[in-house]
Design a protein around this ligand. Structure first.
Ligand code: KG4
Ligand code: ZN
Length: 345
């Protein structure tokens, strides 16, 4: 079956067409980052208006690029939450209207399930069960995954999400928006060991995270000694290393606690090279396997939504004509689907 995926939860308009047997057929992305950078962060009303402008032309282009007529599409998957309510409503209303017009089903997809399943678009997708670390701008979650929709929350951030901490710290360092990739670039100029940042919540048991203290630590360090460009690069380096090692310690603990040997890492921050290297070294030491999405599918995209929706359609899930948009939506509320074909012990 051909599934059209629509992602509009924040500042990226993502469109994709995924086929249940042929795989990913097309994916297009329009990023609003430049538009929001002027304001130092996402302006929700501007985001909604831009989704309105971009969606239909991108869907048309995606069909054209794929050489498909609209009549070939068997179902539409759209991000229904969590995210910005106005932005979500644009995608949800468009998806539902097209599904009604084309007489096909539409399905509401959880944005974080989309991220979680993004590595499944790769040739070496992990088998279930595994531990998933989801690190994005809005969430930091450690989840035990026994199948699609079978999610047990192991730990989460008690304050800022990892991406949020990157973005806020980048702002303090005078970098633009979105700050995560810019901070990562600055950190490459920094020297290891110039500053020592704490590894929050690692000296007590548990799998929860807290990143807001690192932000304050950065602010104080900048105030006392962050004068030169090199100081700033050194501080960026120390911050990034602290986040990477903290995440590494928690992931190691999650694998030990669950007895699982597979770690999947996804969400925007999983594009970070230092974090990838730290986690790859850690899983290597544990003789565990590690899985990431390709770089372009770490951040928001339509492909992960089309994939997630396709799996749910294949499992027979259908919804009524309601337009679903949920700014807050716990991952654990999702219904599970049978995964016998891909489960390994
Ligand atoms: O998953 P995502 O695209 O959107 C949400 O669902 O939130 O994640 C966006 C977040 C932003 O905070 C961005 O700064 C961060 O991911 N990010 C990075 C990198 N690339 C994106 N953070 C650190 N290093 C990167 N290379
Ligand atoms: Zn996201």
């Amino acid at each position: 079956m051909y599934v059209l995926g629509i992602e509009t939860s924040c500042d990226e308009t993502g469109i994709a067409i995924y086929h249940s047997e042929k795989g990913l057929i097309s994916h297009l992305l329009h990023s609003q980052a430049e538009m929001h950078s002027e304001y130092g962060g996402v302006v929700p009303e501007l985001a909604s208006r831009d989704h309105v402008r971009r969606l239909v032309p991108l869907i048309r282009q995606s069909l054209r690029d794929s050489g498909l007529q609209s009549s070939a599409i068997d179902g539409i998957a759209y991000t229904a939450g969590p995210g910005l309510i106005g932005a979500l409503l644009v995608g949800a209303a468009t998806a539902r209207s097209l599904a009604w017009t084309w007489s096909i089903p539409a399905i509401a997809v959880h944005h974080m399930e989309g991220h979680l399943l993004a590595p499944m678009l790769e040739a070496n997708a992990p088998a279930f069960p595994f531990v998933a670390l989801l690190i994005s701008g809005g969430h930091t979650l450690l989840v035990r995954v026994d199948g699609i929709g079978c999610y047990q929350l192991l730990g989460e951030s008690l304050d800022d999400a990892a991406g949020e901490a990157f973005d806020k710290t980048a702002k303090m360092l005078g970098l633009g928006y979105p700050g995560g990739p810019l901070l990562a670039r600055l950190a490459e100029q920094g020297s290891a060991g110039a500053y020592q940042f704490p590894r929050p919540m690692t000296n007590r048991p548990g799998l929860d995270f807290s990143f807001s203290g690192l932000k304050t630590f950065t602010m104080n360090t900048l105030a006392s000694s962050g004068k030169t460009a090199q100081d700033k690069a050194d501080i960026a380096h120390a911050f990034q290393q602290a986040v990477a090692e903290t995440i590494g310690i928690k992931c190691r603990r999650a694998l030990q606690q669950t007895g699982l040997q597979r770690l999947l890492v996804a969400g925007g921050v999983s594009a970070n090279r230092q974090i990838r290297e730290t986690l790859t070294a850690m899983t290597g030491q544990m003789r565990a396997e590690i899985f990431f999405p390709r770089l372009e599918f770490c951040t928001d995209n339509g492909a992960m939504i089309a994939y997630a929706g396709c799996q749910r359609f294949l499992a027979g899930q259908r919804e009524n004509l309601e337009i679903v948009a949920r700014p807050r939506w716990p991952l654990a509320e999702l219904p599970g689907i049978a995964v016998a074909a891909t489960t390994s012990s």
